[in-house]
Design a protein around this ligand. Structure first.
Ligand code: AGP
Length: 608
């Protein structure tokens, strides 16, 4: 996934574009570039490495005078990170410049055709194909040329485009990759996401698939892929501008870990009224909920992990069969959509390509799709039949924390609501669960006060090469997330295992000093997990036990014990994850890594 920003107006464009790109670096940061019309030509500068390289090279845009431009921060898909492969890409005549987020899936065939016509390629990217195709189809009308290209390319794209003989215009188009248009009294903006323009304007247009926009000082014109003018209604962004800033924390991740109590309160409170759960956004009648035969949860990464917990909680409370699948696998296994099925897509960004594709497959089979999404107005939210938003606010750190925790609580709300309607729990049990749910934010706040203890423990494992996580039931689902958090920001190899599964092979990896994190918060499974702890201990492992205060005997088995407060077993994941998030954070910090922008990653993967 990459970040796009563009501006046309009364102010110098380059500083505005570079500021915008700095708010989009979480989308990709292996190289960056900018192109500005300087009154005579399209002046382009590109640089491998973080955005600051380009910023310093251009003296924060001072060396690129002009009032109309586009910029890009890249997460490489085709072609290694390099100056040449950085965007923008231009045609040979330097009369057309393009920035692109997405993948042109048929670029190989298109590239060969263009080469046969004599076009020469400078880069290894799929994007450069677009610059030459626009040249091929351009006869003086940019929108017409863009339409022709859109009809011929397959894949996903958000595009920013400049034409030299339309120097005071920016053009943009999108299919499957997000793009917004902003307007204020100084000019017009394009961006991949809201943070890039929030300091200038709160008035935005969400571009829909196969739409084109032409921006100039005089007008904002939208077209469909057939060149017909279309009217769009602007939306108003109500984000708190500081929500997209660090707020005094060293990293966005630490800030967002600490925002979890508030994020959870914001997510559950509007949906709890007079001791009942109200999910008006659900789009399902009570009878439809009672008639549900099966739920399929589809997501990627951490969102998938919340689905694993969701399975345990929904089956435990609502007694509905639940299947959880990785979005990248789901649609390729020719899934079955039985009548009475509900498909739930979980996604923080609402733009993950695999999850969006799974949603579309389900809708093509007339399956009701509910999504649990954090970014308001995102593609997945807009294309679902119903969406339950997590009100976590903007999550900037690539490693998700607060959105993950809010997704968990939405599953708790769903499970309790469904269980209540289907009569699989008593009113008294419902009330007990509701009381426990309301208490979670306070309990998390208590856990956050232990962060120094976790930092102390983490600092003993900075040089570790392998860490194993194990647990049973919901604890296993937690281990999946704890392991991913550690891997993605500390680059330490880690695996999560169902504790009962280790002895079927992986236990052969246990040797003197191997670190094993054993999560044992599920009372009914506690003795079994303790047995697994003994199994790895006898083979030399060093075990950090994570359990609840009543299980003090853990100190007889584990080498180091972290306690979390007691709550309902099915909600324990919301508490156990806090120490594991902090553990990953402090290991990454101790290893001197870029916690918020880990290598090779991006905040939302909008390509397959
Ligand atoms: C989580 O820390 C990772 N950044 C990644 O696994 C992420 O959860 C996954 O890419 C799904 O993203 P989404 O929730 O925006 O769809």
């Amino acid at each position: 996934m990459c970040g796009i920003a563009g501006y046309i107006g009364k102010e110098p464009a380059a500083p505005i574009i570079l500021d915008g790109l700095s708010k989009l670096e979480y989308r990709g940061y292996d190289s960056a570039g900018i192109a500005v019309f300087d009154g005579e030509s399209i002046h382009m500068e590109k640089a491998m490495g973080r955005l600051r390289v380009l910023d310093e090279m251009t003296r924060h845009g001072a060396l690129l005078p002009g009032f109309c431009g586009i910029g890009h921060t890249r997460w490489a898909t085709h072609g290694c990170p390099s100056d040449t492969n950085a965007h923008p890409h231009m045609n040979a005549e330097n009369t057309i410049a393009v920035v692109h987020n997405g993948i042109i899936e048929n670029y190989g065939k298109l590239k060969r055709r263009l080469e046969q016509k004599g076009y020469r390629f400078a880069s290894e990217t799929d994007t450069e194909v677009l610059a030459h195709m626009l040249t091929e189809y351009y006869r003086g009308d940019p929108v017409e040329a863009i339409e022709k290209v859109m009809h011929r390319v397959e894949g996903s794209y958000a595009l920013g485009i400049m034409f030299l003989d339309h120097p005071h215009h920016i053009y943009a188009a999108r299919k499957d990759s997000p793009l917004i248009v902003g307007t204020d009294d100084t000019g017009k903006f394009i961006a991949s996401d809201v943070p890039a323009i929030l300091q200038y304007t709160r008035t935005v247009y969400y571009m829909e698939n196969e739409e084109i926009v032409c921006l100039s000082n005089e007008h904002t014109r939208f077209f469909n892929i057939d060149g017909e003018s279309i009217e769009k209604t602007p939306a108003t962004i109500d984000w708190d501008i500081h929500a997209a800033e660090k707020g005094g924390y060293e990293h966005f991740m630490l800030k967002e870990i600490h925002e979890q109590p508030k994020a959870i309160r914001d997510t559950i409170s509007p949906r709890i009224r007079e001791d009942d759960i109200v999910l008006e956004e659900l789009g399902l009648s009570d009878d439809a909920i009672r008639a549900l035969q099966k739920i399929t949860i589809v997501a990627c990464g951490s969102a998938y992990h919340t689905g694993v917990t969701g399975k345990y909680v929904l089956e435990e409370l609502a007694r509905i069969p639940v299947e959880v699948d990785l979005a990248s696998e789901f649609r390729y296994r020719n899934p079955l959509y039985a009548p009475g099925s509900l498909l739930i897509i979980v996604s923080q960004s609402g733009e993950t390509a695999d999850s969006l594709a799974a949603l579309r497959d389900a809708k093509a089979h007339n399956c009701h799709v509910l999504s649990i999404v954090n970014v308001v107005g995102s593609s997945i939210a807009r294309e679902s039949d119903a969406v339950l938003y997590t009100w976590a606010g903007p999550e900037i750190s690539v490693a998700t924390t607060k959105a993950y925790s809010c997704q968990l609580t939405v599953f708790y709300l769903l499970a309790m609501k469904f269980a209540r309607l289907r009569g699989t729990i008593t009113p008294r049990r419902f009330q007990t669960l509701l009381d426990a749910l309301r208490l979670l934010p306070d309990q998390i706040e208590g856990l956050l006060s232990q962060k120094e203890k976790i930092q102390f423990f983490a600092n003993h494992y900075l040089a570790t090469e392998h860490i194993f996580f194990m647990g049973r039931g919901i604890d296993y689902a937690l281990c999946l997330e704890g392991s991913l958090k550690l891997k993605e920001i500390s680059y330490i190899h880690s695996e999560a295992y169902a504790a009962g599964e280790l002895k079927h092979g992986t236990i052969s990896l246990m040797e003197e000093g191997t670190l094993v994190v054993a999560v044992a918060t599920q009372d009914a499974l506690y003795p079994k997990t303790v047995s697994n702890i003994v199994e790895v201990k006898t083979r030399g492992a060093f075990v950090m036990g994570l359990t609840t205060l009543p299980h003090r005997d853990m100190e007889n088995h584990a080498d180091y014990v972290l306690y979390v407060p007691q709550t309902e077993n099915c909600f324990m994941g919301s508490l156990s994850i806090i120490p594991l998030q902090l553990f990953a954070y402090y290991v990454s910090l101790g290893r001197g890594l870029d916690v918020d922008k880990p290598r090779n990653l991006a905040k939302s993967v909008t390509v397959e």
